[in-house]
Design a protein. Sequence first.
Length: 343
Amino acid sequence: MKVLGIESSCDETGVALVDADGAAAPRLLAHALHSQADMHQAYGGVVPELASRDHVRRVIPLLRQVLAGAGCEAAAIDVVAYTRGPGLAGALLVGAGVAEALGAALERPTLGVHHLEGHLLSPFLSPGAPDFPFVALLVSGGHTQLMRVDGVGRYELLGETIDDAAGEAFDKSAKLLGLGYPGGPALAKLAQQGRDDAIALPRPLLHSGNLDFSFAGLKTAVMTRLRALGPEPTAAARADLAASAQAAIVDVLVAKTLRALEQTGLTRLVVAGGVGANRRLRAQLDAAAARRGWQVHYPPVALCTDNGAMIALAAAMRLRAGLAGTSRTGAFDVRPRWPLEQL
């Protein structure tokens, strides 16, 4: 069974083909990705209308690139999967419309996939994929959640952000420091030149006793500290603030994640989403897990951000588990707001 995945929920257009034949683990045959980061950088963030129009321009060329890379004709596709939500409504409609049109043309079933489930299952494309059950830390864009995962489609929300997500804290702190978009990688790069203990910043909800997150106050603290540095802070002071902000975000993510593992009694952790590529986060989680004899699983770094591979994989795994009803009607809708626990 060959599953085509189309991702268009925000500012990246992704297309991929996954082979899920037999009992073997699904195998990525080819994938292609176009990031709109350069286009949105001038605006300091994603412009939804521009994002939607760019998806229209990119998706068909990426589809052709993937089919050529996999050495397949379109007729070899068995199922066409696409991101149904959550995300930007216009952007989601582009991927959904292309998927439904392709499914109708090929007379193949289509399947709408939850974007966060794609991230959640993305480590199954890596060697040494995790076994169920596990705790998952989802840190993708506007989402920061801890989930207990007992199987495909069996998800329990343990904690989530009550305001800004970790990714938003990275991006907003980077914007305050005058760094480019997307802000997370830029802030992490600048942080390498600074001292993470140079500037005292809060760790919101660190000792709350629950597994929820809050990063809005941290962004405000970064703004306050930056103003205190004066109108023209030195390069060293900016690097110290970047390093201190990154340390505060990572400290909270690590502490809450370890608490989730302890409370559930599980010993396996999956980290997924764009922030999951952060080196400091990975290093601290790996070190903590090694001390306790726990396992930590990540998707390949190239598949941490939004991509079509995770959508094709999630569709294949749901089909194998008998959890996904496919459609041949050509009718579809998208769900810009779609809690994962409603699956």
